[in-house]
Design a protein around this ligand. Structure first.
Ligand SMILES: Cc1cc2nc3c(=O)[nH]c(=O)nc-3n(C[C@H](O)[C@H](O)[C@H](O)COP(=O)(O)O)c2cc1C
Length: 381
């Protein structure tokens, strides 16, 4: 079989498989296996499902053969790394690194594991999640539950070395438990995880903006942020570093943080974390947590656009928040994102979303005459 016809068949199989999974997830899996459980139970089941299925080699082969859509226009370079495509799983779904084998075979460009912390962390009291389907959103109140960076980094390192095409990022955060102390203790906590992560993943993301912790977000203050990165700069690590930015800050304060980061060994920013502001949304008062999904889309884009305009020559931007369609991913790219991440659309639309987004983006790039996704980065900023 010639290359062209084999490519044609692979593409046709991918299209049919993606459409079938979109239909199957909407009408069978979501109503009967996911949304009929509490979101906390559904999350546990999803992690257990990933841990079990990643062992089944023929299934992983089938996943790659059917779901991995590839197109040269999607390949890109960012922060000195090559990405098969700009799409990644954002931090939070895979806290202890159970998913890389599945996501690699499904064709993700990268995954962010974590957030992980220096000490194992039990997280906040349950429930951790509330679904807000009317807003395509989740209310998240996990509080950084994870097995701790000592054990998580061992799994990350192995998964990173074994990945076929996917890059692997690890998000580190400050431990959220009873031992949490003053600012110096917080800085040391990050430093320990940074040292453990050094040289053992493609990228490190420093999460300074978890909205669900006992001590709040002290590193959202420019002076504290400066002190944190003065310490992290000392850690010898070869991989690029991103910072996960807060969502709710006014632009002037957000800008001050970016100015501080530019003075340090930081290569990029992830814009942005969960939304705290609930105005305009009807949510029961006793439901705790930060908002994901559609409520983060518009303001997230505005932060990306402004960041690209002022800092685009210094900081690489990974855009995240409310990406459900290829058009929305394309908008984040045109505003300045080199990489695009998502979580909520995976939960609400299903695992084939990666293929839907890649195919759709390749079509949008071709329609606008771009040969490579990098040519579109920031053109609407
Ligand atoms: C279940 C869940 C857990 C999350 N946990 C983390 C986390 O541990 N660290 C982090 O930086 N962001 C975390 N986030 C925020 C996401 O990484 C992302 O910034 C946010 O959900 C917006 O993207 P989305 O609209 O595609 O969901 C979490 C989000 C969700 C939905």
């Amino acid at each position: 079989m010639s290359y062209v016809s084999s490519n044609y068949w692979h593409d046709a199989v991918n299209k049919v498989a993606t459409d079938l999974m979109t239909f199957g997830y909407k009408h069978v899996v979501k109503p009967h296996f996911v949304f009929n459980h509490t979101p906390d139970a559904a999350h546990e089941q999803m992690i257990a499902f990933c841990a079990a299925t990643k062992q089944i080699q023929p299934l992983m082969w089938l996943l790659r053969e059917t779901l991995d859509y590839t197109d040269p226009s999607l390949e890109t370079e960012a922060m000195g790394l090559h990405f098969a495509n700009p799409f990644g799983l954002s931090a939070g779904l895979d806290k202890n690194c159970e998913m890389p084998v599945l996501l690699d075979n499904a064709g993700f460009g990268f995954e962010t594991v974590g957030s992980t912390t220096s000490r194992p962390c039990p997280g906040n009291a349950r429930p951790w999640f509330h679904r807000l389907p009317e807003y395509d959103s989740m209310l998240v109140h996990v509080g950084l539950a994870n097995a701790g960076s000592e054990s998580v980094m061992k799994v990350v390192e192995r998964a990173w070395r074994e990945a076929k095409t996917m890059q692997l990022s690890v998000s580190i955060a400050r431990t959220n438990d009873e031992l949490t102390g003053d600012l110096a203790e917080g800085i040391d906590d990050y430093r320990i995880s940074m040292e453990r992560a050094a040289g053992r993943s493609s990228m490190i993301e420093v999460n300074i903006s978890c909205p669900n912790t006992k001590v709040g977000e002290p590193f959202g203050d420019p002076d504290n942020l400066d002190k944190l990165f003065a310490a992290l700069d000392q850690v010898d690590r070869p991989q690029p570093v991103l910072v996960k930015m807060p969502f709710d800050l006014p632009w002037e304060q957000f800008r001050e943080l970016l100015q501080v980061l530019c003075e340090h060994r930081v290569d990029g920013v992830t814009i942005a974390n969960l939304r705290k502001d609930r105005s305009g949304l009807e949510i029961p008062r006793d439901w705790k947590g930060g908002l994901s999904g559609s409520p983060t889309y518009a303001r997230g884009n505005e932060l990306i656009r402004r960041t690209y305009r002022e800092f685009g020559d210094r900081l690489t931007i990974a855009g995240v928040g409310g990406v459900f369609t290829a058009e929305q991913a394309y908008e984040k790219i045109r505003f300045g994102s080199s990489l695009v991440m998502f979580i909520s659309s995976l939960m609400y639309r299903g695992p084939q979303q990666i293929s839907v987004l890649k195919r759709g983006l390749a079509e949008l790039l071709a329609a606008d005459g771009f040969e490579h996704v990098s040519e579109a980065v920031g053109i609407d900023a």
